[in-house]
Design a protein around this ligand. Sequence first.
Ligand code: ATP
Length: 236
Amino acid sequence: MSMLTVENLNVYYGMIHALKGLSFHVEEGEIVALIGANGAGKTTTLQTISGILQAKSGFVNFQGKEITSVPGNQIVKLGMSHVPEGRRMFSNLTVYENLMMGAYTRKDKKQIAETLEKVYERFPRLQERTRQLAGTLSGGEQQMLAMGRALMAQPRIILMDEPSMGLSPLFVNEIFNIITEVNKQGVTILLVEQNAKKALSIANRAYVLETGRIVNEGDAHALLDDESIKKAYLGE
Ligand code: ATP
């Protein structure tokens, strides 16, 4: 059975039919990319999976459990973290306080402290800035903080929404390297990106979304060489 299965999902914003019978799956250990133009429904997909939005019909199954109507905080406890578009920091809280927010569903203080150590090892820039207010971090540092906060919940899967948004090319590379490393350590990744080239270069598989429907899918490297993908999404 797949780690995450989305089946025939229909999501509306009032009269707008944003997801039109969406189905896809993510296997344990994979990096799966969802690519597509503005408004294709990528953010809506992640928000529905993580319990922020409610589907009108269809199913989401995570690790053998149906989570379609499970509230977001319960979904976090089941092992799913969501790194939202625009990072959504608590700007007036410190780096440390933001990280601890990520552990809000956990109780064991010793284990939380161990996870914090690991997050600081992975992100030395965050350790240097423990007491700095999150709102004063650079865009790339905020993306690191958002990822660190997600890792504080000890997830089995991370849903990442547009990690490259607003970052300089240097930081984009760094963030994508970190995503690959986190994945190598056993965390499955569902990655939403406008930067299709970057996403496909680190993903195992990908789905192409157009106006709420999947129009193409396959091995990520094969999609990088696909003429129609190159033309529509890779600017070639
Ligand atoms: P982007 O990369 O621009 O964020 P996206 O692929 O993530 O695009 P969504 O944000 O999921 O796309 O939007 C899918 C569709 O749903 C769009 O047509 C959008 O206008 C619409 N939509 C999204 N949020 C709302 C909302 N809160 N109210 C009404 N319509 C919405």
